[in-house]
Design a protein around this ligand. Structure first.
Ligand code: ADP
Length: 227
């Protein structure tokens, strides 16, 4: 597991809207994140962290530069390739969980494997194993609105790792949780990192949260540099 990310002169510009001109959200970003690293993006709101996560996660194609995901330059890839890369090799964790409200816990966790067209008979035991790992077996048939915030984030983490991605991206994963619950979520992310060794990139504006990673990349006004 794991993947090395190499960003060279990455730029990202949002096009102008009726309300505002074009926004240069990233400019001249040069970074290398090695396979198995747990890197933390830190910077104030509006500095470009989410844009950088979306570019690294093949959600948005950068408007300039090269971005090697392993040996592939994904800045030049077409949408179909980016979609496949996201489904197979990346797991996302969000501040507001983004669980599917009409799906049970079990169905939410299984969803990435259905997208990959895995067999139902293979999916069930994998989902059961990961629910046991995160301690939510007895919640398997519950719906997201029956869970606490911490439980919802555990389910979202299970969904992010069920397909054994090489890269896990987390955008303020504890931003909507109290400090104590947040710490248990960060410990879970750290355990997953130790056990499976994916590359992890996590964005936060909290030093306390950042301390869980291996190192910090400071993001400011669209620039990024390792601390
Ligand atoms: P952060 O995650 O650090 O809060 P963002 O990456 O969300 O920062 O934003 C960086 C800059 O890009 C900000 O100036 C923000 O207003 C702008 N921005 C973010 N998303 C969009 C968008 N979809 N369209 C236009 N501008 C955007």
């Amino acid at each position: 597991m794991g993947v090395t990310l190499r960003l060279e002169d990455i730029r990202h510009e949002y096009p102008p809207t009726e309300e505002s001109g074009a926004v240069q959200a990233l400019s001249e970003v040069d970074l290398q994140i090695d396979s198995g690293d747990f890197a933390v993006l830190m910077g104030p709101s509006g500095s470009g962290k989410s844009t950088l996560l979306n570019v690294i996660g093949a959600v948005d194609r950068p408007t300039g530069g090269t971005l090697h995901f392993g040996d592939r330059d994904i800045a030049a890839a077409d949408s179909r390739e980016l979609t496949l890369l996201r489904r197979k090799r990346i797991g996302f964790v969000f501040q507001f969980f983004h669980l599917i409200p009409t799906f049970t816990v079990r169905e939410n966790v299984a969803f990435p494997l259905h997208l990959l067209k895995e067999k139902a008979s293979d999916i069930a035991p994998r989902v059961a194993a990961i629910l046991a790992e995160i301690g939510l077996t007895e919640r398997a048939s519950h719906y997201p609105n029956e869970l606490s915030g911490g439980e919802m984030q555990r389910v979202a983490i299970a969904r992010a790792v069920i397909h054994e991605p090489d890269l896990i991206l987390a955008d303020e994963p504890t931003g909507n949780l109290d400090t104590k619950t947040g710490d248990t979520i960060l410990e879970l992310i750290r355990e997953i990192h130790l056990r499976r060794r994916p590359t992890i990139v996590m964005a936060t504006h909290s030093e306390r949260t950042a301390a869980y990673g291996d190192y910090v990349i400071d993001v400011l006004d669209g620039s990024a540099a390792r601390r």
